[in-house]
Design a protein around this ligand. Structure first.
Ligand code: GUN
Length: 284
C-alpha cells in the first residue's frame, strides 16, 4: 500500500484558474488587471527559472507582469530606489524581489523597504508578525501552499503532531506558524536538533524544507503520516529530488508530495492569490 500523491500541479492549476476567473470578471467590469512587478538581480540559473514560471503564471491569471532583470553589479541603493518607486506606483499591486540577492545587498533591508500591502511574498516583518499574531494578511507563499495541500487530504490537523524540518525564514519558520494557526502541535527542527530521527518518527505531519537531497530518511516516517517535501534539489545527473527519501517514505505515508510537481507549483499559485488580494486591498 503506497501513499496517495498530492498533485501540486493540478491543485495549482485549479487555483490559478480561479484567480483568472476573478480577474476576468474585474476587467469585464471596467477595472484594470492586477499587476505584479518581478525583480531579479544577477544571473542565478535557478532564480531565472522561478522568475520565468512566475511570469508565465501571471499570463495565465490575466495579470500584467512588469519584469526588472538587473545585473549582479546593481548597488543596494539602486535596488532600494527601484523598490521605493514601485511602492509609489499606483499601477503596481505586488512587488516580488527574487531571493537570494547578491552578497553585497542586504536582503532584509530590501524586504523591509517593500510596502507591506504590496509584499506578495509575505516576507515583510509586518506580514510575518500578522501571521504570528493569528491575523494573517499576505501569507508567505510556500507555507501557505503547504497548508492548501494539507487541506486537500481532508485530515483534521487540530491536535496533530507536526514536525517541521528546517527553520528558514522562507519555509520552516512560517510553516511552523501556519501549522500552529491550524492548531497542530508543532516541533521545529534545525541543524542543532538532537535525535532528529526520533522527532520525525513521532510526527503525524512532516514538512521538510532543508535543501539537502534525501535528508529525511524514508524509514523515519510514521506509518500513516502525511509528508510534505518542500525541497527542490538538483542532483549531479540533472534530476530534481526532494529533501525526503521518496521511494521508502511513500510506502509508509498516507499522503506524500512528489518532487517535482508537489509544493513547487503551489508556491506560484499562492503568489497569484496574494497578488489578486493585494490588488483588491489597495483598490477596493
Ligand atoms: N527564493 C526562493 N523561494 C522564494 C520565494 O518564494 N520568493 C522569493 N522572492 N524568492 C525566493
Amino acid at each position: 500500500m503506497g501513499a496517495q500523491l498530492l498533485d501540486g500541479k493540478l491543485i495549482s492549476a485549479e487555483i490559478i484558474a480561479e484567480v483568472g476567473a476573478k480577474v476576468a470578471a474585474r476587467v469585464a467590469a471596467g477595472r484594470r488587471a492586477p499587476a505584479l512587478a518581478v525583480v531579479l538581480v544577477g544571473d542565478d540559473p535557478a532564480s531565472a527559472v522561478y522568475v520565468r514560471n512566475k511570469k508565465l503564471a501571471c499570463e495565465k491569471a490575466g495579470f500584467r507582469s512588469l519584469s526588472y532583470e538587473l545585473p549582479a553589479s546593481l548597488t543596494e541603493t539602486e535596488l532600494l530606489d527601484l523598490v521605493r518607486k514601485l511602492n509609489e506606483d499606483p499601477e503596481v499591486d505586488g512587488i516580488l524581489v527574487q531571493l537570494p540577492l547578491p552578497k553585497h545587498i542586504d536582503a532584509d533591508r530590501v524586504i523591509e523597504t517593500i510596502n507591506p500591502l504590496k509584499d506578495v511574498d509575505g516576507f515583510h516583518p509586518y506580514n510575518f508578525g500578522r501571521l504570528a499574531l493569528k491575523m494573517p494578511l499576505l501569507r508567505p507563499c510556500t507555507p501557505h501552499g503547504v497548508m492548501v495541500m494539507l487541506e486537500k487530504t481532508g485530515v483534521d490537523l487540530v491536535g496533530k503532531d507536526a514536525v517541521v524540518v528546517g527553520a528558514s525564514n522562507i519555509v520552516g519558520r512560517p510553516a511552523a506558524l501556519e501549522l500552529l494557526l491550524a492548531r497542530a502541535t508543532v516541533t521545529v527542527c534545525h541543524s542543532k536538533t538532537r535525535d532528529l530521527a526520533d522527532k520525525v518518527r513521532a510526527a503525524d505531519v512532516v514538512v521538510a524544507g532543508v535543501g539537502i537531497p534525501n535528508f529525511v530518511k524514508g524509514d523515519w516516517i510514521k506509518p500513516g503520516a502525511i509528508v510534505i517535501d518542500v525541497g527542490i534539489n538538483r542532483l549531479d545527473n540533472g534530476k530534481l529530488c526532494g529533501d525526503v527519501e521518496f521511494d521508502v517514505a511513500r510506502e509508509r505515508a498516507s499522503w506524500i508530495t512528489p518532487v517535482p510537481g508537489g509544493v513547487g507549483p503551489m508556491t506560484i499559485a499562492m503568489l497569484m492569490r496574494n497578488t489578486l488580494d493585494a490588488c483588491l486591498n489597495l483598490n477596493p
